[in-house]
Write a protein that binds this ligand. Structure first.
Ligand code: C5P
Length: 403
């Protein structure tokens, strides 16, 4: 996603400076060229040599480096984005005052690139009125602040002040970079999410553990990347992401109706919903009473919304999900073929940190051409970006015909 992007990463004197190594790794893995600039105090916490090895670029600190004459102007001009992570209370104050007494502060005055800062400090410092006022001044100047997180701090206290996790920072970088060139502009994306509820009687239903988080994350990222997004959602606790049209449904039949109405107009279809496979043959009009004996419930299959879709278009990209508890790749590949999908996201829901109602997921992406890519555990939001990115790539490669 970040191929061809130049990111200038400033690292200042904070105990969290060592985390800049993970950030450099994440950003370079996403394709970015990362130029690191350290302040004098950052040297106390992290080694320039390690950062040089991780980034593959020279690490600069001094305004007066004979090898890198005018580095502040060159770096300031070339950067697509400036990220300072971690930024200390001291450096925030320098930025607010507009000081320029070292390489990093000087190039901040010289750059026109969008700037993101990720503060890290002890909770008393983060709450101090001087820091609060400096932060609000920087925000007024258009600098984006990635708020610190709550948790255990280096001082041994608990509270807000920890550097945001590297995934949150990477996501903020992507969002800011794509504001001007959204990769999904012009796309009409249809996403289904959440469980369905199949009524047994007026108060009982058959459902599953789906929280809808994966589908909502996809809708949020797709909308941020410029798509026109419709989210057909079963019952969930989640609020619709801003800019997304949500159609709320309960049963598989309602989801199918809404899906078929929106299908033809969509250029990308992503079916994350955990549609109930069975429903009661009939729904009792009144609440079913206890009889004191064993009861059986007659079930019939629900329509397979993806498989039976009729009004699709040839140029449409279709992505499905497979939540499995055994033979992951084999079962998911079968579904990819039977449901005529371009991509299937397969997850073993028995793994910790994967599947229903958790913030992360561990999946394999399987394309129609057959290759399966195993992805490491990651936030559902970051995964949403990866799925969208892989889906778009399919457009650019010719597909083999279906057997
Ligand atoms: O066959 P299985 O339910 O595992 O298939 C999963 C994929 O098919 C998911 O993308 C799911 O949203 C979709 N599906 C569907 N209609 C059903 C059941 C599943 O569209 N009745």
């Amino acid at each position: 996603m970040l191929a061809g992007k130049k990111i200038l990463l400033g690292v200042t004197g904070s105990i969290a400076a060592y985390k800049s190594l993970h950030l450099v790794r994440e950003l370079t893995k996403a394709g970015a060229c990362v130029n690191v600039v350290l302040t004098a105090t950052a040297h106390e916490f992290v080694s320039p040599l390690t950062l040089k090895v991780f980034s593959g670029q020279p690490v600069l600190s001094s305004l007066f480096d004979p090898e890198n004459d005018m580095a502040h102007l060159r770096l300031a001009e070339e950067a697509d984005l400036v990220l300072i992570a971690p930024v200390s209370a001291h450096f925030i104050a320098k930025m607010a005052a507009g000081l320029a007494d070292d390489l990093l502060s000087t190039l901040l005055l010289a750059t026109k690139a969008p700037t993101l800062i990720a503060p890290a400090m002890d909770l008393g410092m983060w709450d101090h009125p001087a820091v609060r006022e400096n932060i609000s001044l920087l925000k007024k100047r258009g600098i984006q602040v990635i708020e610190p997180e709550s948790g255990p701090l280096a001082s041994g206290k608990e509270g807000v002040g920890r550097l945001a996790c590297e995934q949150t920072i990477t996501e903020a970088v992507m969002t800011l970079l794509f504001e001007n060139h959204p990769p999904l502009s012009g796309e009409v994306v249809l996403i289904t999410a959440g469980p369905t509820e199949e009524a047994i009687d007026p108060v009982r239903f058959i459902s599953n553990r789906s929280s809808g988080k994966m589908g909502y994350a996809l809708a949020e990222v797709a909308s941020q990347w410029g798509a026109d997004v419709t989210l057909i959602s079963g019952p969930t606790q989640l609020s619709p992401p801003s800019g997304v049209e949500r159609i709320s449904v309960r049963s598989a039949a309602e989801m199918e109706k809404a899906f078929n109405l929106k299908l033809y107009a969509s250029s990308i279809v992503i079916m994350t919903a955990a549609v109930s496979d069975y429903r009661p043959v009939s729904t009792a009009k009144q609440k079913i009473k206890k009889t004191g004996s064993v009861r059986t419930l007659d079930l019939e299959e629900t329509p397979d919304i993806l498989e039976t879709r009729a009004l699709g278009r040839d140029d449409q990209l279709v992505v499905g999900f497979a939540a499995e508890t055994e033979n992951l790749i084999e079962n998911a590949t079968k579904k990819l073929k039977n449901k005529r999908l371009d991509l299937i996201v397969a997850n073993d829901v028995t793994l910790e940190g994967a599947g229903f109602d958790v913030e992360t997921n561990i999946v394999h992406l399987i394309k129609r051409a057959g290759e399966a890519t195993a992805l490491p555990k990651m936030s559902k939001r970051l995964l949403a970006g990866k799925i969208l990115e892989e889906t778009l790539k399919i457009r650019t490669i010719p597909l083999p015909s279906l057997p």
